[in-house]
Design a protein around this ligand. Structure first.
Ligand SMILES: Nc1ncnc2c1ncn2[C@@H]1O[C@H](COP(=O)(O)OP(=O)(O)OP(=O)(O)O)[C@@H](O)[C@H]1O
Ligand SMILES: [Mg+2]
Length: 440
């Protein structure tokens, strides 16, 4: 018995179609009584192998490129002619198709790819698995899928699988009958029943203990639940979206996550990029969350000193978009008109740069560090140096890094400014880049 022709399939449309067909086949085979057991096993094995290969391909190959495959050709013969669109065009196209972004912001190609997958997956009932580091927007993406789907006027129920003690998991997900266990004072319905006709978002699915995984698998296969302590079978119709910051494929290989559940959940698999992999977005996100924070805190949009801007553009953001967003809110709340290093949380704040500036100026000790001054005159000189530096940075920011313009504006000698810039280790070109990065 042969399930598929292993010659390379070139169409992204056929890959997506194959995944769906295999998924249907796997489900059907579980209930089939006509085939012999060895045949069933052989088919399942072939299906799993092929599916593994397909899932191993990039999202672009599987789904996004499918959008550009010709509509007239049959699915299996369609040849993908990739149409290169700019990020702006792709976002625009989503908007024209009335896609609901739910506040998702950004033009990075990988983010757009995720949104385009979400757009295609949303109107189907196929399960979606979203993975990515903490703070990359997994829950937001789940809401995007729900909002663009046919169930968008029905409940979206979120369950944090990592936060429920093992002993309560079953009751939390499926409900319980009065008296089923100590403390079960009333009949109670679980999250699956609450999400009936809508979407259930299973967050931190990688934390689900193996016993819970078995029970979940049963619901996914049979679409019915039983409350704890009850014999009554209740049919549930819920769309499943799961999220994790773990590598479930690896966990399933290591035996800590059921492989069959992994495949069930990941018919559509979306991986959200870490912020450090989409650094091109940071200037936009800084401006976006700066404006959002100003709006919420009812204040004027924040200005940033060049060195703080530089820091924000180059910081690693282990907490991803959530960390960047929180930082902008913190800066907007704590700073007056202009934010600087002093307004950053202590644990990520860079050390004072006075001595670094000396090094940058070729080791000539012309700048004094206020924090290490050992006499009043030294402290005064340090304060004057700091004021001089701040003046130059603000001026350069205002004129977009053009020294000649700065000299004209403040009626100073150009070579004098050059000397001062050298003394402080300031590079005028850094201010030109900042203006471009901001799109100002
Ligand atoms: N692309 C984006 N545009 C705008 N806001 C975003 C984007 N991605 C994430 N956010 C915001 O960042 C914050 C974190 O997002 P979310 O809670 O969805 O992340 P998560 O991946 O579920 O994090 P965790 O793994 O820690 O639960 C939220 O405030 C969300 O609105
Ligand atoms: Mg989350």
């Amino acid at each position: 018995m042969k399930l598929y022709n292993p010659t390379p399939v070139t169409s992204a449309v056929s890959f997506a179609g194959l995944i769906e067909r295999i998924e249907i086949l796997r489900s059907t085979l579980r209930w089939s009584s006509r085939l012999e057991r060895p045949d069933i096993e052989k088919l399942l094995k072939q299906a799993t192998t092929l599916r593994d290969e397909v899932m191993g391909l990039s999202h672009k190959e599987r789904f996004v490129a499918a959008a550009s495959a010709t509509g007239e050709a049959g699915a299996d013969e369609a040849v993908v002619e990739p149409v290169e669109m700019s990020s702006r065009e792709r976002r625009q196209a989503l908007m024209e198709r009335s896609f609901i972004f739910e506040g998702t912001f950004g033009d990075n190609p990988r983010l757009l790819e995720s949104l385009e997958i979400a757009e295609k997956a949303a109107p189907t009932d196929l399960p979606v698995l979203i993975d990515g580091e903490s703070g990359t927007g997994k829950e937001l993406m789940a809401k995007v899928i729900h909002a663009n789907g046919l169930r968008n006027d029905k409940p979206f129920i979120s369950v944090n699988c990592g936060a429920i003690p093992d002993s309560l998991l079953e009751s939390e997900l499926f409900g319980h009958k009065k008296g089923a266990f100590t403390g079960a004072a009333n009949d109670r319905r679980g999250k699956f029943e609450s999400a009936h006709t809508g979407t259930i978002f299973l967050d931190e699915i990688g934390e689900l203990p193996l016993t819970g995984q078995v029970k979940l698998l049963r619901v996914l296969e049979a679409h019915e639940i039983q409350r704890v302590g009850s014999d009554e079978v209740i049919a549930v119709d819920t769309r499943i979206v799961a999220a994790t910051n773990k590598d479930l494929r690896r966990m399933s290989q290591e035996g800590t996550f059921r492989e069959d559940l992994f495949y069930r959940l990941s018919v559509i698999h979306v991986t959200l990029p870490a912020l450090r992999e989409r650094r091109d977005e940071i200037p936009l996100l800084v401006a976006y969350f700066g404006d959002e924070a100003a709006g919420q805190l009812k204040r004027r949009p924040l200005k940033l000193t060049p060195r703080l801007r530089d820091f924000l553009l180059h910081y690693e953001y282990p907490g991803n978009i959530r960390e960047l967003r929180n930082l902008m809110y913190r800066l907007s709340c704590l700073a007056g008109d202009t934010a600087d290093f002093a307004h950053l949380p202590q644990d990520i704040r860079p050390r004072p740069t006075g001595l670094q500036a000396v090094a940058a100026a070729g080791g000539k000790a012309t700048v004094t560090d206020l924090s290490t001054a050992t006499s009043l005159s030294e402290a005064k000189r340090a304060a004057s140096d700091e004021a001089e530096r701040a003046f130059l940075e603000r001026g350069l920011q205002e004129v977009g890094g053009t020294v000649a313009e700065l000299a004209r504006r403040f009626d100073m000698n150009r070579s004098h400014i050059q000397m001062l810039l050298k003394k402080h280790g300031i590079h005028s070109k850094d201010f030109r880049n900042n203006r471009q990065a901001d799109g100002k």
